[in-house]
Design a protein around this ligand. Structure first.
Ligand SMILES: Cc1ncc(COP(=O)(O)O)c(C=O)c1O
Length: 383
């Protein structure tokens, strides 16, 4: 693919792009330019001259292109956590007679926390949250279900839902789906015509940097009917008219809230331009080739628990997974640990080669064949 586009540290095989993508060289330059030129020299004039003011919509258009959606269908703003809240509130208002929100039992915690808080906030409307196992989320969707909120790709196992089939199943039952595509965009080809509402992050497969802003997508046929619960001035139709009453901007722009963090936007925009150099279907094909090469080279050294329909990371179990992942980092293979016993390896399409992942599998095998890794002690909260 395009590993030369990234500033990768030597001596590491980085299988952790599903957590924090590496730095595109262009993003490092863009941050320097945004700080040293646009901010330091341009000062407030840069809101116009450097395109700062238009950044949420401009980056949103780039996200929309990656999704295969028309311009103005996406916005870059806030975080996944905040965008889940905004889009879920907006979607619920479209289904006033329905009171149930479905969640996966093991959903990524932030999505669950937000949805349960939303139900509590609107308790007087009788909203209720029902948690179901992954395999039953789209089965027997009752006539009271307004919304299903789920990640496409399970953050632990890597299991992936079929976006089109699940969205259609929900629609047949009169429900909508809010997809969390944090583990999808940048690694998998998305058919935006098959989905209505989605959010995602900028720091995993989009490689937009630590804490990169999130994004939100709303299908064009729905956008004008949606109201944000956080109507900020950046989502107003005319922010610099300073009108006392809120009027929503057109399209997804209404889901922007406050002033965008420009330095983070600079990094993410450059990273999106890098991602746009590769067609999403080619990126996904490379993910599959990397996964197949890794599994083939790994053999039966570690049990893989990820099903065939999956995202770009694979999950492996080991009773001493934390010590093993710590020892592997020492040996130059970087993955991560999720309790109680899972090691995740991510197969980011843009910077990894088949040679990298075959070497990584060999190092995993060699490490497991020795005994001295067992004492490896992890330091820090982030695993
Ligand atoms: C599926 C999913 N949703 C959300 C998040 C994080 O949300 P935020 O960007 O608001 O921290 C993650 C982080 O790993 C995630 O895996």
């Amino acid at each position: 693919m395009i590993p030369d586009a990234f500033a990768l540290p030597p001596g590491q095989i980085y299988l952790l792009g599903h957590s924090l993508g590496p730095a595109p060289k262009a993003a490092l330059d863009a941050v320097t330019r945004a700080a040293a030129v646009e901010w330091a020299q341009g000062l407030a004039a840069s809101w116009n001259d450097a395109g700062w003011f238009a950044a949420p919509g401009r980056l949103g258009d780039k996200v929309a292109r990656l999704l295969g959606a028309p311009a103005a269908a996406a916005i870059v703003a806030d975080s996944v956590t905040v965008n889940v809240f905004k889009l879920a509130c907006a979607a619920l208002a479209l289904a006033p007679g329905r009171r149930t929100i479905l969640l996966e039992a093991e959903t990524f915690p932030t999505d669950g926390y937000v949805i349960e808080a939303l139900a509590r906030l609107r308790g007087d409307e009788g909203l209720r949250v029902e948690r179901r196992p992954h395999t039953e989320l789209f089965e027997d969707i009752g006539s009271d279900v307004a919304l299903i909120v789920t990640a496409q790709v399970d953050f632990r196992t890597g299991a992936a839902f079929d976006l089109a089939a699940c969205t259609a199943a929900a629609a047949r039952a009169g429900a909508r789906v809010l997809w969390d595509l944090s583990h999808s965009l940048g690694a998998l080809a998305i058919d935006a015509t098959a989905i209505e509402l989605a959010v995602g992050c900028g720091y995993k497969y989009l490689n937009g940097g630590p804490g990169a802003p999130g994004w939100a997508f709303v299908a064009p046929h729905l956008a004008e009917a949606l109201e944000t619960p956080l109507p900020g001035w950046f989502g107003h139709a005319a922010p610099f008219a300073f009108e006392p009453a809120y009027r929503p901007a057109a399209g997804a722009q209404r889901f922007a809230a406050g002033t965008p963090p420009i330095l983070s936007f600079a990094a993410l925009e450059a990273a999106l331009d890098v991602a746009l150099r590769v067609a999403p279907r080619d990126a996904e094909a490379h993910v599959r080739a990397l996964q197949a090469a890794f599994l083939d080279a790994l053999g039966d050294a570690l049990p893989c628990v990820t099903p065939a329909a999956c995202g770009a990371h694979l999950a492996f179990t080991h009773p001493e997974a934390l010590a093993l992942k710590t020892a592997l980092i020492g040996a130059g293979v970087v993955g991560d640990f999720r309790p109680p016993d899972t090691i995740r390896f991510g197969f980011s399409p843009l910077f990894l080669t088949e040679r990298d992942v075959i070497d990584a599998a060999r190092i995993v095998r060699e490490t497991l064949a020795q005994d001295d890794w067992r004492g490896a002690a992890h330091a820090g909260v982030v695993t």
